[in-house]
Design a binder for this molecule. Structure first.
Ligand code: ADP
Length: 411
């Protein structure tokens, strides 16, 4: 309904002359005027037509205005229809109250002042038009929300399917990596043994160049073995179900530091643990692996005369708005740092940013495995770094636990 569209105005009066005079007064509003000479006739019109305003005489034979108003407002479609009473007799406050209780919205006394009647009817007609527009807009909006919700649900479903497919393919890939690395190790062991026999039994029959080639062959098979072991381990970390339990991360860190102690001493790095790390639901062995990897790297990729490794935890209260603290652990170094462009590569398997033997060498699998371990815990890892100044590796473990009463009693 556009603002120009006409609305219906129902005029009810038992006296035809009055109906004619209302018609004359209201005709210039340009709306549809419907006449009814009794309450019964008015109800018949109401059953078949949408009416914006009912104009009615209070005193009519058969059904009086108040009764008619009550009947009209009982109908759900007309509960809010505007009714203007016209009364020739003086209306007491009590009468008015009765009218209002039955849903009347306005009164006009006789003699009717044409401008007043026109103004009142026109206000209610406009109100009706606006309400209709609003309701239509609302319906349109509801329709759009419904469509959008259906669309989103469809997308979520498609995403879910993709996820399932991805998980399946990952599992297949892990299974393949496992079988491939496992099966490749056997012939490799053979090559390694035979090259050793050659060195031991035939070295004197070879010239210097031959001996050097053999030595290189052994070195390469050794490297290949290390790579296959890393691949095997990577696939295991992805496939194996590892038990999880509430664990004391301070103890896990202490174990990790014990394991890397000699290597750290070699580098002369100083380790500072800033906070108590608290408890987390995790697999102890795997978390030891996470810490040893990050701490070893922090010492390895460091060319400063005073190497510093800092370990701690940052708690962001209610970080995700779900009333749960986000607990972020970090391992910081003042080492060589990583250029922003290189960051994605360091989490890819077998990718190193340096020549093979630089910075103590390595397979380039460590961080990829660490990432996978943390993701299997429901956590994540990321790095902030400035080349030449150092790096901070941050990670979350997923299920963070407050120190339980049981564990408190044990301590
Ligand atoms: P690896 O140490 O065996 O090479 P990682 O997966 O642990 O394998 O690391 C991948 C690469 O990321 C490293 O070769 C190195 O270039 C870079 N890297 C890792 N940790 C650090 C660090 N703390 N500072 C600077 N570079 C790092």
């Amino acid at each position: 309904m556009s603002p120009q569209e006409k609305v219906n105005i129902l005029m009810v009066d038992d006296q035809p002359s009055k109906l004619l005079s209302y018609e004359a007064i209201l005709s210039e509003l340009g709306e549809n005027l419907i006449k009814a000479s009794s309450g019964r006739e008015a109800l018949q019109h109401l059953l078949s037509t949408d009416v914006a305003v009912v104009l009615m005489d209070v005193s009519m034979p058969e059904i009086d205005g108040f009764e008619l108003a009550e009947i009209i407002h009982q109908h759900p479609r007309y509960q809010k229809t505007a009714i203007i009473f016209i009364s020739a007799v003086h209306l007491t406050d009590l009468d008015r109250l009765k009218g209002y209780e039955r849903g009347a919205v306005d009164y006009i006394a006789v003699p009717v002042i044409p401008e007043l009647l026109r103004a009142k009817v026109s206000v209610f007609a406009e109100l009706y038009r606006k309400t209709q527009q609003l309701e239509r807009l609302n319906r349109g909006l509801e329709e759009r929300v419904k469509e959008r919700t259906a669309e989103l649900e469809k997308r979520a479903e498609a995403l879910q399917q993709l996820n399932t497919e991805l998980t399946r393919r990952n599992q297949e890939l892990d299974a393949f990596a496992y079988v491939a690395s496992h099966d490749l190790k056997e012939p490799l062991r053979g090559i390694s043994h035979f090259s050793l026999f050659l060195i031991e039994d035939y070295a004197d029959k070879l010239n210097e160049e031959g001996r050097s080639h053999l030595a290189m062959l052994r070195q390469l098979t050794g490297r290949m073995e290390v790579l296959l072991d890393s691949l095997l381990h990577f696939s295991r970390v992805g496939r194996e179900e590892f038990p999880m339990a509430s664990a004391n991360l301070d103890e896990i860190l202490a174990r990790s530091l014990d394991l890397v102690n000699s290597r750290i001493k070699e580098t002369g790095a100083e380790v500072r643990v800033h906070d108590s790390l608290g408890y987390a639901r995790c697999n102890t062995e795997r978390l030891v692996e996470v810490f040893t990897n990050l701490i070893t790297n922090a010492a390895k990729y460091n060319d400063k005369p005073r190497k510093l490794i800092e370990i701690g935890v940052q708690r962001s209260p209610n970080a995700n708005g779900a009333g749960v603290d986000e607990v972020v652990y970090y391992v910081r170094d003042n080492g060589i740092g990583i250029a922003a462009d290189d960051v994605p590569a360091i989490f890819q398997i077998f990718r190193r940013l340096h020549a093979r033997e630089e910075y103590g060498g390595g397979t380039g699998a460590g961080l990829t495995i660490v990432k996978r371990i943390l993701e299997r815990h429901g956590g994540r890892i990321w790095v902030e770094s400035t080349p030449g100044e150092g790096s901070t590796f941050f990670f979350t473990v997923g299920g963070v636990e407050r120190k339980s009463e049981a564990s408190e009693m044990q301590n």
